[in-house]
Design a protein around this ligand. Structure first.
Ligand code: IPM
Ligand code: MN
Length: 366
């Protein structure tokens, strides 16, 4: 198969982790005889520096004419004072919009070799296998009006949370369908005791749920869900939620399963899928070579699965990650006391080699 990929390394640790993900992509392509064509483009702060625009038109056009997009991360504190349209994050939000990527899938799985890496006790996290389905194009991130007015010390700011029924219907449908291939449980997370948007959310999710009698649907308030996520994480299967709640809960889920550094994501819904690790640009460790590339590498697995429907290739990537973790290799974020951590590039190389050289038995990840 011909795989035309747009790569957007972006800012911070983005370039480090995407180059390891590409190494793994090439290893899989070599093994399964696919042809990869990679087009690298600018996004985020690095695009602002070079072009004055966090999402140049050329980047959008290239993404739209490729089969899938791999993104590293955007954001850097040095851009914090720029006007909102020039902020690196704006580039990513506009890209999600341009790609019609309303469905953000963020799996958080507790891998057996990483049981010790979580701040939580083993018996709490064992068996955790959550798929967060985050609505990505609505809510506070895109609602209008939004503004800051007045002058200090009397400024005031406004953001708008806005959801329309069809926006909720389509993301709920995605969640129920995905639950059918899993443990058939959907927990919809909202704040219906306070927010109108959440009352609408709960109403619509309940209505859509009636079309899926095989799926057990529960509703939870977001505060209580945050607590359950650290006290009983293994009770969740699919966790369906709106944009902002999903942003917050997915970082938390990352810590629960050992490190946000291992979390991949897929943003789907439009013609071209967008794949990115959940961790962000991590400016504090950028350039040190200590980042964990596993989130980006597992995003390649998601790309094979969701954009190319190449399940065996996807499982090959996941099995290689697991094999390398099983051998005891750890980057700094997941290493435990007494272990010497390896660098980002070594982790990437070991995973790629495990794909190219070893006969990997494909099977379940956990
Ligand atoms: C994420 C990030 C983004 C978000 C930022 C960088 C805009 O935190 O993908 O979770 O808030 O969606
Ligand atoms: Mn986030």
């Amino acid at each position: 198969m011909q795989l035309n990929i747009t790569v957007l390394p972006g800012d911070g640790i983005g370039p480090e982790v995407t180059s390891e993900a590409l190494r793994v992509l090439n290893a899989v392509a070599g093994k399964f005889e696919h042809q990869v064509r990679v087009n690298q483009k600018l996004i985020g702060g690095s695009a602002v520096v070079r072009t004055g625009n966090p999402l140049p038109d050329d980047t959008v056009q290239t993404c739209l004419s490729s089969n899938a997009v791999l993104l590293g991360a955007v954001g850097d504190p040095s851009f914090d004072r720029l006007p909102v349209d020039l902020r690196p994050e704006r580039g990513l939000l506009r890209l999600r919009q341009a790609l019609g990527a309303f469905a953000n899938l963020r799996p958080a799985t507790c891998f057996a070799p990483l049981l010790q890496s979580s701040p939580l006790r083993e018996e709490i996290i064992r068996g955790t296998d959550i798929l967060i389905v985050r609505e990505l194009l609505g809510g506070l991130y895109f609602g209008e009006p939004r503004s800051t007015s007045g002058s200090a010390p009397n400024r005031s700011a406004i953001d708008t949370m806005h959801y329309r029924e069809p926006d909720i219907e389509r993301i709920a449908t995605v969640a129920f369908k995905l639950a059918q291939a899993r443990s058939r449980r959907v927990t919809s997370v909202d704040k219906a005791n306070v927010l109108d948007c959440s009352r609408l959310w709960r109403d619509v999710v309940t209505r859509i749920g009636k079309h899926y009698p095989d799926i057990e649907l529960h509703h939870m308030y977001v505060d209580s869900a945050a607590m359950a996520l650290v006290s009983r994480p293994s009770q969740f299967d699919v966790l369906l939620t709106e944009n902002m709640f999903g942003d917050i809960l997915s970082d938390q889920a990352g810590a629960v399963v050992g490190s946000i550094g291992i979390l991949p994501s897929a943003s789907l819904g439009g013609p071209v899928g967008l794949y990115e690790p959940v961790h962000g640009s991590a400016p504090d460790i950028a350039g040190k070579g200590t980042a964990n590339p596993i989130g980006a590498i597992l995003s390649i697995a998601m790309m094979f699965r969701h954009s190319f429907e190449l399940e065996e290739e996807a499982v090959t990537v996941e099995s290689a990650v697991l094999a390398v973790l099983n051998k005891g290799y750890r980057t700094e974020d997941i290493s435990t006391v007494g272990r010497f951590p390896i660098q980002c590039a070594e982790m990437g190389r070991r995973i790629a080699e495990s794909i190219s050289h070893a006969e990997i038995r494909t099977g379940q990840l956990t």
